[in-house]
Design a protein around this ligand. Structure first.
Ligand code: FES
Length: 231
């Protein structure tokens, strides 16, 4: 039986089994921390950095991704301070600049408070969140795709460039990709680098939704995550 630890998240005392991440402990308690690359029950790699929190250690604040931080006894976590909101907004803005045609990323950015994007749009078709890679390896144990290259050359691809025979062609990698979940149809041309405001795709499923309403976003990105329904 796993040891249970007690920690404080945004002033609320909660308990979670040892080995649980702070992100999962927070969501389980009902505190939504925005997240994009996290998939429940799969290995976290801390790629998108949207789930950052302040971990208060000996009175000093450390910024860290909550999906890669395990709960510890007596831990004090702050998820929604002015500092965190500012940093998170900037991270979301960079993600939109990188992938302005992703509706999922646009929705996330809007909900993180991004109103306009100060960075030039790149129209990349991948934000390197690694969701596809982990679905392939953790769910199917296939490892048919992975990260290849370094730095600016880093991308997701097949080993040695060709689809391996052990790829099950299940399409799970495509289904989980934030770039393919209903693309944005807004004006994302050069010179029109702004949030068109036409997305909010998942929110529109519950038009007139209240702040506290679950909108069943497919990414479960942390805002009213469907796993927990009404909060
Ligand atoms: S870095 Fe934690 S969800 Fe992406």
């Amino acid at each position: 039986m796993k040891k249970i630890v007690t920690l404080t998240i945004d002033g609320a005392t909660t308990r979670a089994p040892k080995g649980t991440t702070v992100l999962d402990a927070a969501i389980e308690y009902g505190i939504c921390i925005p997240h994009l690359c996290h998939i429940p029950n799969m290995t976290d790699i801390g790629a998108c950095r949207l789930c950052i929190v302040e971990n208060i250690v000996d009175g000093r604040s450390r910024i860290t991704t909550s999906c890669t931080l395990d709960v510890q006894e007596g831990m004090v976590i702050r998820t929604n301070t002015e500092r965190i909101r500012h940093l998170r907004r900037n991270i979301a803005e960079l993600l939109v600049a990188q992938a302005p045609n992703s509706r999922a990323v646009q929705d996330m950015a809007v909900r993180c408070g991004v109103k306009e994007v100060r960075y030039p749009f790149r129209n990349d078709d991948c934000i390197l969140c690694g969701r596809c890679v982990r679905i392939c390896s953790d769910m199917w144990q296939a490892r048919a795709i992975g990260f290849v290259g370094r730095g600016a050359e880093r991308r997701v691809g097949f080993p040695f460039g060709d689809r391996p025979a052990y790829c099950k062609e299940c399409n799970s990698c495509v289904d989980t990709c934030p770039m393919t979940i209903v693309p944005c149809e807004g004006s994302m041309k050069p010179g029109e680098a702004h949030l068109c405001g036409g997305c909010e795709s998942q929110l529109s499923m519950a038009s007139g939704a209240q702040e506290a309403m679950c909108v069943m976003c497919r990414l479960g990105e942390g805002f009213k995550c469907s796993r927990y329904g009404w909060q």
